[in-house]
Design a protein around this ligand. Structure first.
Ligand SMILES: Cc1cc2nc3c(=O)[nH]c(=O)nc-3n(C[C@H](O)[C@H](O)[C@H](O)COP(=O)(O)OP(=O)(O)OC[C@H]3O[C@@H](n4cnc5c(N)ncnc54)[C@H](O)[C@@H]3O)c2cc1C
Length: 601
């Protein structure tokens, strides 16, 4: 009798967020026997938390919009470190993916004449975010789940993948355990798609939930794949900061998209002071012009007024808030005020229902009459597994990646709304790529039983060790990342951060858990920490190598951009037992796309 439960599939997708579900739908539609494995309940992924909307140049409100403008906005937001081919495919295919979602049953907010409504977001030239109030992710995941389940995809939920298995250089499946019983399960597969999301749990103040421990990043790294752009982690400017129990929970950019203004403790609308000189002309010059933009936008009308300064890119707004608070112009709990209470209260409740309830229930603040207290929160991983744009193939044969755990699409910074569209565009492509790989490599790869046993032994090792409990060590890791690898960085901070991270790593290798393998949160965390430390170390080392400030990466000792570093992505991979970090050339954009940026000049 087999020691462990076993299943064979053509394609195994790890992760049931937007990227994983879309990949599995495509793979199964192409005839591949497909499974989804997810460590939480089906439907409880980060995608469900997405609020503001999904970016696609549908041009329903601003007819001038098209894929080229979306492509340009994305490349500018990413400070040209994005893989241009991913940004191009994304901008070109996002509208079709949104329309497809609508055909599959998603009900978006509508314009008066019945088309999908779109809202403004930072960094997007036009109103581009299709949305469902501030619960867009819920609609997206509900629709994909219905589609996937009806298509017959096998779902293994509350099942955590702990290692990728290999047959020579090729991926041959994954080892996982059931969270309920602690029993191991082997998935043998011709191809594996990683869609595990980000690693925000490396920081204490974060919008991310327990699931975001960088599992896909670390699984791929351990299997020999390359990670890129790990120095770029997005701090969303507006998270809740009070009371302490809710610190970090996201306050959607939709609040600013609907006209919310940011003020410091002196009542100053400070964002005007932080607009980059070369972008100033894109923003309203006065509160009057900004107000006109809001009124016309609320009425769904065209206007020549320019957008409010609060809709600057996320990295810029986050730095501005951080700087205001540090300069002593912060709110009582160290943030700034975000106010939308000047708008009609019924409209606020209709357009931002989750925000209304979130503040009412969690902070006893009525946002229709009072301002919100907000500050930056660790939010989104731009860095991830290096993939081939058209197929989602990683640098390891048979291994694919999509969604937040894949790198390349966003470069130095992601624009709001571009993640949900990224999930659909590249989830579909990774599903296609994996199914095609499985078709071309039709024989089932071999399993290395000795490696399976070694991975299983390592996974249960915390029950036999004598170190600290994982919760204490997790706090230590978060403390190091918050102190030394946060919004602003410097050489001395990063050096100290790395020294301390390496000490935390030794503590992780010795963590001890009590009790049994059945539903044991301490044990789950002990495993997650092994992934988090890979991501934390990669972020710190890559940040040391990038001696410049660009996008989400701000170096106080190198405050300017370095033109030479504009030509490279930082690549992290495993080299023996060491982590190697090196610059690799960015793919060069072809002339027909380069001219798009010159036309503007
Ligand atoms: C509060 C919030 C609001 C947001 N709002 C927006 C928005 O309005 N617009 C936008 O574009 N983006 C938004 N984002 C970002 C966006 O939601 C995420 O980037 C996106 O949903 C990530 O999708 P994903 O499919 O890559 O991962 P997820 O949706 O997080 O799915 C990850 C899946 O992987 C599984 N998993 C992880 N590790 C393992 C493992 N070891 N074994 C098995 N399964 C595993 C998880 O259980 C989960 O099923 C928001 C994010 C947050 C946190």
């Amino acid at each position: 009798m087999d020691k462990h439960e076993r299943h064979d599939f053509d394609v195994v997708v790890v992760g049931a967020g937007g990227a994983g579900l879309r990949a599995a739908i495509e793979s199964s539609a192409l005839g591949a026997k497909t499974a989804i494995v997810c460590k939480s309940l089906l439907g409880k992924a980060h995608t469900v938390m997405a609020e503001g909307g999904i970016a696609a140049a549908l041009a329903h409100l601003d007819p001038q919009d098209d894929w080229r403008t979306h492509f340009k906005d994305t490349m500018k937001g990413g400070q040209f470190l994005n893989n241009w081919q991913m940004a191009q495919l994304h901008a070109q295919e996002a509208p079709d993916r949104v329309r497809e979602l609508e055909r599959w049953g998603a009900v978006f907010d509508r314009t008066p004449d019945g088309r999908i409504l779109q809202r403004a977001f930072g960094g997007h030239t036009y109103k581009r975010l299709a949305h469902v109030g501030d619960r867009t992710g819920l609609e997206l995941i509900r629709t994909l789940q219905d589609r996937g389940v009806h298509q017959g995809i096998d779902v293994f939920m509350e099942c955590t993948v702990v290692a990728l298995l290999k047959d020579g250089d090729r991926v041959s499946g994954a080892l996982a355990y059931w969270r309920e019983t602690g029993r191991f399960v082997i998935f043998r597969a011709k191809a594996v798609v990683l869609a595990t999301g980000g690693y925000g749990k490396a920081w204490k103040v974060t919008s991310n939930s327990w699931e975001y421990s960088g599992d896909g990043h670390a699984l791929a790294y351990q299997a020999g794949a390359e990670l890129i752009d790990m120095e770029f982690f997005q701090f969303h400017p507006t998270g809740m900061i009070w009371p302490p129990g809710v610190m970090g929970i996201l306050v959607t950019e939709g609040v600013r998209g609907e006209g919310g203004v940011l003020k410091n403790s002196e009542g100053e609308r400070f964002m005007w002071r932080y607009l980059p000189e070369n972008k100033r002309k894109d923003f309203a010059e006065t509160p009057g012009e900004s107000q006109k933009w809001v009124e016309m936008t609320v009425a769904g009308k065209q206007t020549d007024a320019r957008r409010p300064p609060e809709l600057s890119t996320r990295d810029n707004v986050a730095r501005a808030i951080f700087t205001e608070a540090r300069a002593g112009r912060g709110t009582p709990h160290g943030g700034v005020w975000l106010d939308i209470s000047f708008q009609d209260s019924e409209r606020i409740k209709k357009k931002l229902p989750s925000m209304y309830h979130q503040f009412k229930d969690l902070a006893d603040v009525d946002i229709t009459t009072q301002p919100m207290e907000v500050g930056p929160t660790a939010h989104y991983a731009m860095g991830g597994i290096r993939v081939v744009p058209h197929t989602g193939a990683s640098t390891v044969a048979g291994l694919y990646a999509a969604g937040e755990c894949a790198g390349g699409m966003n470069g130095a910074n992601r624009l709001g709304g571009n993640s949900l569209s990224d999930l659909l565009v590249f989830g579909r492509r990774a599903g296609m790529g994996a199914a095609e790989f499985a078709r071309q490599n039709a024989s089932m790869p071999a399993l290395d039983e000795a490696r399976v046993d070694a991975h299983a032994r390592r996974t249960i090792a915390p029950f036999e060790r004598k170190g600290e409990d994982p919760f204490t060590v997790h706090s230590a890791l978060q403390e190091v990342m918050g102190t030394y690898v946060g919004i602003f960085r410097s050489e001395s901070d990063l050096e100290e951060g790395l020294r301390q991270l390496l000490r935390v790593k030794e503590r992780i290798d010795k963590t001890r858990v009590e009790g049994s393998v059945m539903f044991n949160p301490g044990w789950h965390l002990a495993r997650d920490l092994e992934n988090l430390i890979v991501c934390a170390e990669a972020t710190c080392r890559a940040a040391m190598l990038r001696k410049e400030s660009r996008g989400a990466h701000s170096r106080t000792d190198y405050p300017k951009e370095d033109p030479e570093l504009a030509k490279v992505n930082v690549c992290v991979k495993k080299s023996g037992e060491e982590m190697s970090v090196a610059p690799t050339p960015c793919p060069r954009m072809p002339i027909e796309l380069r001219v798009l940026f010159e036309e503007k000049k």
